[in-house]
Design a protein around this ligand. Sequence first.
Ligand code: ZN
Length: 339
Amino acid sequence: MDLTTLPKTELHMHLDGSIPMELTWQLMTEYRLNPRPTLEETERLLTMQPEDETSLLAYLDKFSYPLWITQFYENIQGATIAILDRLAALNVTLAELRYSPIVHTYAGLTVRQAIRAVLSGMNHARKAHGMRVGLIVIAMRQHGPHIAKILARQAIAEGQRFHRRSGVVGFDIAGAERGNPPGLFREAFLLARHGGLGLTVHAGEDEGPRSVWEAVDELGARRIGHGCSALQDMTLVQRLARDRILVECCVTSNYQTGAVPRGARHPIFTFLEHGVPVAICVDNATVSRTDSVRESALVADEVGLDEVIRIHRQAREFSFIAADAPSGSGNPDGEAREP
Ligand SMILES: [Zn+2]
């Protein structure tokens, strides 16, 4: 078995940062919204370049461009299908995609439609590839705790248990960490948990271990996105191991945002040494110019293929997609129902 044929699990992948460049260019051309005259120049804007500053803010800046075209139902649906087609080609057999529906409502979509557009694309991919898929709804930290509560309610209303096929499976916060500590979002996470959603939190990417502690203690996170700074506090690492809290590790992205300094060993290896469950994740295929095979190879280089096989298998147990949710291949349903 090689890394391409190995069945892989993707638990942390942003929809807006992973839209294939060709589709983005095609849609930008249709809407006459090309920020640069050629595909090559536009691609440089939308993807991390070696000369780009390694900071979370520089990284987040790349997301402003795809947002121009993902304000329309069919485009969101099409982007979801294109992303999942690529994942299927790399033998990713379980994929949780995540996105913030609220920043896709600027052209008049409702939050519900913005969520349903992704679910509709997911239904197509499930049928075409027999993949297990689910959506994690993100509340942006900078929108504050009240908007997060509104979104949590909307996410629950589109929860997997209310759908025969794809549904919302989890809740997350993302965006600049500084000034927006997890504790602010306590009520939103309480709601999401009571509504049956899995809880994950972007933490310890741009802030110290305190952020990860808060995500675990105050929000009840069962998974942590990135969690790099947890290494500064070995009591926290032991806690993650003891309570089986999985860290969604995104190796390439972490070097690009400066969460891990260039040349430093990636935290995933320390997590593994201390028994912390981890997943190998892409974060943003387009922005980071990577994919599941490349990320798996980066880890396999140090720990070997067998360990990577084990990591992907174990990560499935931490998926928020319910074990009894129907998979695409055995699903007798027809086409996706639109809202
Ligand atoms: Zn992320």
